[in-house]
Ligand binder design. Structure first.
Ligand SMILES: Cc1cc2nc3c(=O)[nH]c(=O)nc-3n(C[C@H](O)[C@H](O)[C@H](O)COP(=O)(O)OP(=O)(O)OC[C@H]3O[C@@H](n4cnc5c(N)ncnc54)[C@H](O)[C@@H]3O)c2cc1C
Length: 362
């Protein structure tokens, strides 16, 4: 079989966006995705406003706004014990909104397909060899060949694992997520609530459903789940999705004929709700670099430029991520911070604005 120019493992936001831009640049592109779409995913379902410019460049912004969604107008931070601080979010067309990942991810993958990327769902990559070209073996026994390989297969990246690049998780935490009936009068807010065992994130995703996330450690997660059952009056047979780890060291994103994008490259703290943006933007940057390499431009210079552009995307935001991670690893410290913010609200408004920045910056 003729080799593909690029094979992308994973059809989440990183992989689909990379595939869409590669295909639009005329590259023979294949996405291999383990699941059958539409599928849900452990996520808060919130789209940071910085996503809009990438969606505009894919002519998808209006189609995302046409999906069932909720416009989010504020974040309420709640400390252990119930004290709270509310921070307004930007309004207008480019506001923060929440949309179920089943709908959002399927739209992105369909866009890649419409731009002529080939997509194979229910296809799990399980072995790789590199011998000039990449040979990619799947669990179903099919083989594919590619000049360039992209790992877009999330935080537990098989591609990184098979290339001996996957770091150990730094500190194991676990997340649970469910869509539950929307409580009456919940409003259009995101709730970020510290609890003695961890934290909970809540956001409406349409007129009838609430996205509920719980983040704790293996010993505390069942207590958090019982808290959620009481607090939201949900039954013990509610089904939950789960994921771990929530923290690990980054995988270098640029290698000879091999790229890592999205969570496969770097896992950010879910508390700040920015992972989808980083996934999409790194997918776009990888597509630009891959197109240059396929046109015969200097590979080393292009890889350096890609790595620099990825680092630039995170610059100025990683310290907030570390701060958020500290607050959630020690929820009592996070709660103290909220109490301080009640006295001096400018601190928390500033931090929130830094995370939820106007779209024109990107
Ligand atoms: C609790 C929690 C809440 C979060 N809330 C938010 C939020 O509100 N907003 C936000 O922006 N971010 C949030 N995030 C982060 C966000 O979910 C991720 O950053 C984002 O999904 C990364 O996209 P991705 O495309 O890199 O990876 P993924 O979305 O994980 O996609 C990877 C894809 O690869 C496929 N795959 C995996 N292995 C293989 C294989 N071997 N072969 C083929 N396919 C494979 C998977 O099926 C999957 O479809 C949250 C994360 C957590 C854990």
């Amino acid at each position: 079989m003729e080799p593909f120019d690029v094979v992308i493992v994973g059809g989440g936001p990183a992989g689909s966006v990379c595939a869409a831009f590669c295909a639009r640049a005329g590259l023979h592109t294949l996405v291999l995705e383990r699941e059958k779409f539409p599928r849900e995913k452990v996520c808060g379902d919130c789209l940071n406003p910085s996503c809009w410019p990438v969606l505009e460049r894919l002519s998808l912004a209006q189609r995302v706004r046409d999906l069932p969604h909720s416009k989010l107008d504020s974040v309420e931070f709640i400390a252990i014990g119930g004290r709270n601080v509310i921070v307004d979010l930007p309004s207008g067309d480019d506001c923060e909104l929440s949309v179920k990942r089943s709908l959002f991810d399927a739209l992105l993958l369909k866009r890649a397909q419409d731009l002529d990327a080939h997509v194979r769902e229910e296809t799990t990559v399980r072995a790789l060899t590199h011998n000039g070209n990449w040979k990619i073996e799947t669990a179903g026994g099919e083989n594919f060949s590619a000049r360039i390989l992209v790992g877009a297969d999330g935080r537990n990246s098989t591609v990184a694992h098979l290339c001996n690049l996957l770091p150990r998780p730094a500190r194991e935490r676990v997340a649970l997520q469910a869509h539950i009936p929307l409580p009456q009068n919940f409003g259009s807010r995101i709730v970020l609530q510290f609890l003695p065992e961890g934290y909970s994130g809540q956001a409406p995703v349409n007129e009838t459903e609430l996205n509920l996330c719980l983040v704790g450690t293996p010993p505390t997660i069942s207590r958090l789940r019982r808290w959620a059952e009481d607090h939201f009056e949900i039954t013990a047979d509610q089904s939950w999705r789960t994921i771990t780890p929530l923290t690990r060291s980054p995988v270098p994103c640029a290698h000879q004929n091999l790229f890592f994008i999205g969570d496969a490259a770097r896992v950010v703290e879910p508390f700040t709700g920015e992972g989808i943006y980083y996934a999409m933007r790194s997918g776009e940057l990888a597509a630009i670099a891959i197109s240059k390499i396929m046109r015969g431009e200097d590979q080393q210079a292009t890889l350096r430029e890609f790595a620099r552009a990825c680092a630039e995307t995170y610059r100025g935001r990683l310290w907030i991520n570390r701060l958020a991670r500290m607050a959630v690893l020690w929820p009592r410290v996070g709660s103290l911070f909220i109490r301080a913010a009640q006295i001096q609200p400018a601190i928390i408004s500033l931090l929130t604005r830094k995370i939820v920045s106007p779209a024109w910056l990107y």
